[in-house]
Design a protein around this ligand. Structure first.
Ligand code: ZN
Ligand code: ZN
Length: 335
């Protein structure tokens, strides 16, 4: 076993503290990664605080992991010692259900193994995440990272990036679409940049007027203060697609009524308490759809985070933003 140290919460109100534990020795198909950077996701807080229930303590959060490969199993084909590599929200799945067979392991109906706070079939304990020194993961769930990227900026792509990329691709958001993004936290930040990169007209909805300048800097073409009912009324029946990233209960009707006929609002924020039920008339009038989406497919064997050329990069001249946004064409179908 490999001794390492992480930051763990020992209870719902306990601060994160140093925690010594062991990783498994790499098996035939495993990659050992020395962790260089790990993003801080709102899920980390939800789970450390047991807000979604089901947390097993101690919990070591972290599922936006970027690091360097230090060891590989004898059967590993895609990685060598010294390579940069990344791990997102999952480290295994059943691999045989229809969803896994389609490359959509995030919807595995049998055994979705999350990067932390899941049953670890190798150790018999729990999986521990990226707030730690190293991690050992089957290469099927490890992504490649090119050497020319800004590594701290890559980390948020592993959860916030793919969680917003996936629904924007699934619903084919692009040129000619008017897209709303609700909430400017980590997910909203990524959603605005990606929707802009895909050519959509992007409208940011926020309750915080002081976030308007940031939203525009990130790529929003318009900003609507959603507390202002006059401003909201003007947006009615306008949107092809709304990505709702807010992780707190709120009135969904206020946004459903902004969709045009056959428009969809997709939920990606996960609040600790339910939203008030939407009024069914918001859906009936306009044949609107309310949906959800869970992280995204890594397609790890074929997909990498890359600076490979795309024609739909953000118009921002800030190189860090540009680099962090580019996903390879090999990922373009990943949903
Ligand atoms: Zn996350
Ligand atoms: Zn499965």
């Amino acid at each position: 076993m490999i001794k390492t140290v992480g930051y763990a919460a020992q209870g719902a109100t306990a601060p994160l503290e140093a925690f010594r534990f062991e990783r498994r020795e790499p098996g035939v198909n495993d990659v050992r990664i020395e962790i260089l950077h790990c993003g801080v996701c709102h899920s980390d807080l939800h789970i450390a605080r047991n807000e979604w229930k089901g947390t097993t303590y101690p919990v070591v959060p972290g599922h936006e992991i970027v690091g360097r490969v230090s060891q590989v199993g004898s059967g590993v084909k895609g990685f060598r010692r010294g390579d940069l590599a990344a791990v997102g929200c999952m480290v295994d799945s059943c691999r045989s259900c229809p969803d896994c067979m389609e490359g959509l392991e995030q919807y595995c109906r049998n055994e979705m193994i999350l990067t932390y706070n899941s049953h670890d079939r190798h150790t018999g304990g729990m999986t521990y995440g990226g707030y730690s020194g190293c991690i050992v993961v089957d290469e099927r769930f490890v992504l490649r990272v090119p050497t020319n990227l800004d590594l701290p900026a890559v980390a948020p792509l592993l959860c916030a990036g793919i969680t917003t990329y996936s629904p924007l691709r699934h619903w084919k958001v692009g040129k000619g679409n008017t897209v709303g993004v609700v909430g400017l936290g980590g997910l909203g930040h990524m959603a605005v940049k990606l929707a802009n990169a895909f050519g959509a007209n992007v409208v940011m909805f926020t309750t915080s007027p002081d976030k308007a300048a940031d939203a525009k800097r990130l790529g929003a073409h318009e900003v609507v203060i959603s507390k202002n009912s006059d401003e909201m009324r003007k947006q009615a029946n306008r949107f092809d697609f709304i990505l709702n990233t807010v992780a707190a209960p709120h009135d969904l009707d206020a946004f459903l009524n902004l969709l045009r006929r056959d428009g969809t609002m997709c939920m990606v924020g996960a609040p600790a308490l339910p939203h008030p039920s939407p009024n069914v008339f918001s859906l009936i009038f306009g044949r609107r759809k309310l949906s959800g989406s869970l992280i995204g497919s890594g397609r790890p064997r074929r997909c990498s985070i890359s600076a490979g050329s795309t024609t739909s990069c953000p118009t921002s001249s800030r190189s860090r933003s540009r680099r962090s946004m580019r996903l390879t064409s090999g990922c373009s179908g990943a949903t």
